[in-house]
Design a protein around this ligand. Structure first.
Ligand code: MLT
Length: 259
């Protein structure tokens, strides 16, 4: 599948950090971090294909094609190496990127994400939901099902609701099918030699904390940050803590080109 040209917003300057949002969200989830980070780095916030203002071609959006879109964006921005910060599905894309374009990755943060494949029931539900979205063109039932699990904080759930309600049905169905096809990336995580951190909320109802612990145990240099009283949306629920961790990551990163 051809790459698409992603919509993005940009803040600050200097070394690049690219933020990849989860499903079915958009770049705006990262905005609370911008005032806290923009004097330290160049912050690039794309909408992944099918989401927000980016193109929504028909077809299955595999994690590989979404990772290739990010690489194409880096080419467009003349950015040789970047740190990727991936939230949930954005983390699946970041791990596919780490496998397919390792020379282009300088550091990695996985936020409420994981490297494993879907359990059978989850897989079945994804495909059923993709069929239903295609059949009806509706995404409201997705919002209803997801929202209660996204955050223990009602105000944050309300904020996210608008984004999900505006999600595009072609994008939603295509990315559900792509996530259903994704491969296990445990070996990618285990073989990483760049600085990497796993950030998890201890009240995440979508990615259980146990998964984050299993992932950290795979890493050559395990680094797991568990944020108390936070669910699936740490960048909205605890932006100050997430920024502090990202700055710590940034200090460890070497951006020079790898041959
Ligand atoms: C997300 O937040 O990106 C999704 O919940 C991830 C998933 O469905 O596996």
């Amino acid at each position: 599948m051809e790459t698409v040209r992603l919509y993005y917003e940009e803040f600050g300057k200097s070394q690049p950090i690219i933020f990849l949002h989860g499903y079915p969200l958009d770049h705006t989830i990262w905005l609370p971090l911008m005032p806290l980070l923009k004097e330290y780095a160049r912050l690039i916030l794309p909408d992944l294909r099918g989401h927000g203002l980016s193109p929504k071609p028909s077809g299955i959006y595999t994690m590989e094609v979404m990772a290739a879109d990010v690489r194409a964006l880096m080419d467009e921005l003349k950015t040789e190496r970047a740190v990727l910060v991936g939230h949930s599905m954005g983390g699946y894309v970041a791990l596919a990127f780490a496998r397919d374009f390792p020379q282009r990755l300088a550091g990695l943060a996985l936020v409420a994400s994981h490297c494993f494949v879907d359990q059978p029931e989850r897989l079945k539900l994804r495909l059923e939901n993709a069929d239903k979205v295609e059949r009806t063109g509706e995404v409201a039932f997705i919002t209803e099902a997801m929202l209660p699990n996204l955050s223990p904080d009602a105000a944050i759930r309300e904020e996210i609701k608008t984004i999900i309600m505006n999600a595009n049905s072609v994008g939603v169905a295509s990315v559900l099918r792509g996530m259903a096809q994704r491969q296990d990336t445990s070996a990618v995580l285990a073989n990483l030699t760049i600085p990497a951190v796993i950030i998890a909320g201890n009240e995440d109802q979508i990615i259980p904390l146990e998964r984050s612990r299993q992932m950290a145990a795979l890493m050559k240099q395990p680094w797991l940050e568990v944020i108390p009283r936070v669910g699936h949306m740490p960048m909205l629920e605890a932006p100050d803590v997430v920024s502090r961790i990202l700055l710590e990551l940034l200090e460890k990163v070497d951006f020079s080109e790898k041959k």
